[in-house]
Design a protein around this ligand. Structure first.
Ligand SMILES: [Fe+2]
Ligand SMILES: [Fe+2]
Length: 275
């Protein structure tokens, strides 16, 4: 017998700053104890920018949301923060639908994606950490977040709005999907961030703390007004300071262990009972 899936929460794209929109997606709702955001972003600059492309399985909704904000032929840049599947899922589809778009990637992303990247080199721009991208009415800065799980990672900072796209940084699971971290329990939010950070970046336990703190200092020095990312609800102006402070503490935090074989067997038993 097939269980009836609970209806999925749907958030319309959220305006996080002038001409800047977060596209919401998530997975895990109704399946596990938490769900995880899978967001992307659109900046309607003079030369419009799409930031990350979500997971392939949500591509239809993703493209509908992107093109509710910007016409396909107007998309000039597709900034890909790194090569993980939850950031590149609709990359080829998006590039195919947007003939004037150039992919903002880097050399190592090309190497790691191999033939899964179907967009030809004539449509690439390689931008590394610390470099910038002129999009007509503003210059965006590629800044690697303190926490990341691919060597190709760069975040994206827009100095005209103060919005920082943190890629996998500042991430947290959600008990139920919410659009803004203000709707999360404050303690659960920050404990969840520590857990998420250590799961995706176990090397945090190995780093020289002074050097790690400088990576947080670097983001703080941008004076971001809003932090957004793939795996976090919006971190608005009243919560940016807490997010930065919490990130500083992550390497010394104790977090719950990841689900193991015992958990898997419990899931399998549930599936067997439902079959
Ligand atoms: Fe990642
Ligand atoms: Fe991710």
């Amino acid at each position: 017998m097939q269980a009836t899936a609970a209806p999925k929460t749907r958030f319309q794209p959220t305006r996080v700053a002038p001409e800047t929109f977060l596209i919401h997606e998530h997975q895990g709702e109704g399946e596990g104890p938490v769900s995880v955001a899978l967001n992307t972003m659109v900046i309607r600059a003079a030369e419009p920018v799409v930031v990350d492309t979500g997971m392939a399985e949500y591509g239809d909704q993703y493209l509908d949301d992107v093109f509710s904000l910007v016409e396909p032929q107007d998309v000039r840049w597709v900034f890909v923060s790194h090569d993980d599947v939850d950031h590149t899922g609709s990359l080829n589809r998006l590039a195919g639908a947007c003939p004037n778009a150039t992919l903002v990637i880097n050399w190592f992303m090309v190497e790691r994606m191999g033939r899964s990247l179907e967009v030809p080199p004539t449509r690439w721009r390689w931008i590394g950490d610390g470099e910038s991208l002129d999009v007509g009415d503003r210059v965006l800065h590629a800044v690697r977040p303190p926490v990341f799980d691919s060597p190709t990672t760069r975040g994206l900072f827009d100095p005209t709005t103060g919005v920082y796209w943190a890629s996998d940084g500042f991430a947290t699971p959600m008990p139920t999907p919410v659009p803004d971290v203000a709707e999360l329990d404050p303690t659960g939010w920050l404990e969840g961030m520590a857990m998420f950070d250590q799961y995706v970046s176990p090397w945090l336990l190995l780093v020289d703390d002074a050097k790690f703190q400088r990576t947080v200092d670097r983001v703080k020095a941008l004076a971001p007004t809003t932090i957004v990312g793939c795996h976090t609800p919006v971190i608005g102006p009243t919560h940016v300071g807490a997010a930065l402070d919490a990130t500083r503490r992550v390497p010394s935090m104790t977090v719950p262990p990841q689900p193991d074989q015992v958990v898997l067997e419990a899931i399998q038993a549930t599936l067997g009972a439902a079959a």
